[in-house]
Design a protein around this ligand. Sequence first.
Ligand code: HEC
Length: 111
Amino acid sequence: MKSATLILWLWSLAATTTAATDPDTGLIVAPGLDAVKTNCTVCHSARLISQTRADREGWLTMIQWMQKTQNLWPLGPNEPIILDYLATNYAPEATGRRANLPPELMPKAAP
Ligand code: HEC
């Protein structure tokens, strides 16, 4: 009984923390995936995308670089859809709160 409970708990944990991925590309299944598959997996593997993290501005910079230097076509109305997808699903990893201050930097107790 105990191990069945543990397995259920692990399963629910995995189900809530692991996003479903597209079997063709390994990209996270979310709104905008189709536009990304159509426009972004033509010249290179989708792994180049899934291994990259950036905010919306960073993704836009990469897209503009590909447009200037790699003949990436104008994305038109798909551009905001693609940027939303990328900035939402491939955002920089959250770093959480800053590290604790070392003791020597902590305020001194009042004398
Ligand atoms: C016309 C071809 C082409 C298309 C279409 C294309 N790319 Fe690229 N992309 C490239 C080339 C070429 C590179 C450089 C590859 C390398 O360095 O091996 C690249 C590099 C990248 C990189 C790595 C950038 C870095 O700084 O490491 C990412 C991320 C990327 N592309 C994402 C995308 C996304 C998102 C799309 C869809 C909007 C897209 N690509 C569509 C040609 C393209």
